[in-house]
Ligand binder design. Structure first.
Ligand code: CTP
Ligand code: MG
Length: 398
């Protein structure tokens, strides 16, 4: 079985208006001609054989530039169409009959969103022995029959009603014979190929259409297709904040870093427990939602914070973030200290962060470095910390 494709593109697109912009199949959606999308989807389907595109004689140059550089473009042949879609299809079938195609999918150039899953469903119906296959979707709107007087005459029960799409697909000799018969009898009033097949006595099998595979008919359809292709996906509103803190070392019995007390011959001086790491991270969290810094929330002049455990500050910042709708996805701290050694306490420090922030351990990172004996940190006069927080605040409006 070789499945050829006829793409009909000889219409003038009168209902789309704006003739100065050219026929609708050559207008741009997502930066490319409508027909380029349709033909690309035909060529890139794995099972596609020869592709015949039926053109209006005025459009040859437009077509050549619309498909320039497409993969598989060598498989395209073109032929002039006729005054009606039916005539254009017939012209395409004649050209395809000269190839090795045994089956044909007849597709409108004005349907750029043809998808391969739909083509696979049609091919599967061919494999099952069906000689005529119609992709269609059940009608979902309630249907009314309106008289010339503009008044509703009846509500049409929609059970069993389907809206036809393309590619309508057939055994090539059978549909060609049906078109020949219609032409010989001057039956020019068929609106689609399935109607000709039915008229010729073929049994037309339905396969599920694709909701995206709409035909661009009106100017509005083209604008909506363009919008669909150019619209940015809703991006997650990811924000990062950084924080920095430093505290002086004075003689003492130990330091508290990330909530872990490490015995040492010095201590950090400060008005709370002087946990530089948690102070830096508190600032980083506040920075993701424009909430100022730690000093704004816990003024050093306020006696209630004297000697306070800094986890209170961090928990408060995390609560502010959550109230703003933020989800904390990462917390990262770098400690810069000549001594004491931090690495034996890293796991306990990370566990503290995970607990206070209410996030998993793998989202909490503590790193430490010395200052290579340089500067005030190198002289053990102080310890510094740098922190980065990452928070997702829902979706970004574009
Ligand atoms: N078509 C064709 N030859 C024709 C008429 C239509 O090849 N004489 C093609 C169109 O190019 C289109 C498909 O058939 O890809 C479906 O037709 P339709 O949406 O009606 O397109 P137009 O006829 O171009 O538009 P209109 O009816 O608004 O003028
Ligand atoms: Mg038309």
């Amino acid at each position: 079985m070789t499945i050829g494709i006829v793409v009909v593109a000889a219409g003038r697109g009168e209902r789309a208006g704006s003739p100065e912009e050219g026929p609708k199949q050559y207008r741009s959606i997502g930066g490319e001609a409508v027909i380029r999308h349709a033909v690309r989807n035909c060529l890139s389907w794995q099972r596609s054989g020869p592709v015949v595109v039926v053109l209006h004689p005025d459009d040859e140059a437009l077509f050549a530039s619309a498909v320039r550089g497409l993969d598989g473009a060598a498989r395209i042949s073109t032929t002039p169409g006729g005054a009606t879609r039916q005539q254009s299809v017939f012209a395409g079938l004649k050209v395809l009959s000269a190839t090795d195609a045994t089956h044909v999918m007849i597709h409108d150039a004005a349907r750029p969103f043809l998808d391969h899953a739909l083509m696979d469903r049609i091919a599967a119906a061919f494999e099952d022995g069906h000689e005529a296959v119609l992709p269609a979707l059940p009608v979902t709107d309630t249907l009314k029959r309106i008289g010339a007087d503009g008044v509703v005459h009846e509500t049409v029960p929609r059970a069993g009603l389907y809206a036809a799409q393309t590619p309508q697909s057939f055994s090539l000799p059978a549909i060609r014979a049906a078109h020949e018969k219609a032409a010989a009898l001057r039956r020019e009033d068929f609106t689609d190929d399935a109607a000709i097949a039915e008229w010729a006595g073929m049994t037309v099998m339905l396969v599920e259409g694709s909701p995206d595979n709409t035909k661009l008919t009106l100017q509005r359809d083209i604008a909506m297709a363009d919008e669909k292709l150019t619209r940015l996906p809703a991006l997650p509103d990811v924000r990062t904040g950084n924080g920095y803190d430093v505290h002086q070392l004075v003689p003492g019995d130990g330091v508290t870093l990330c909530g872990v007390f490490i015995p040492h011959d010095q201590t950090l001086s400060g008005h709370s427990d002087a946990d530089v790491a948690l102070h830096a991270l508190t600032d980083a969290l506040l920075a993701t939602c424009g909430e100022g810094d730690i000093g704004d929330h816990f003024p050093p002049t306020d006696p209630q914070w004297r000697g306070a455990a800094s986890r209170i500050f961090l928990a408060h910042a995390a609560e502010i973030v959550r109230r703003r709708g933020g989800i904390i996805t990462n917390a990262d701290i770098s400690l810069i200290a000549e001594a004491p050694k931090v690495s034996p306490h890293r796991d306990a420090m990370r566990a503290n962060l995970a607990e206070v922030l209410g996030i998993s351990l793998d989202r909490c990172s503590v790193k430490a470095t010395t200052n290579e004996k340089i500067g005030f940190i190198g002289r053990k006069e102080g310890i510094a910390a740098i922190a980065t927080a990452t928070v997702v605040y829902g979706r970004l409006e574009t």
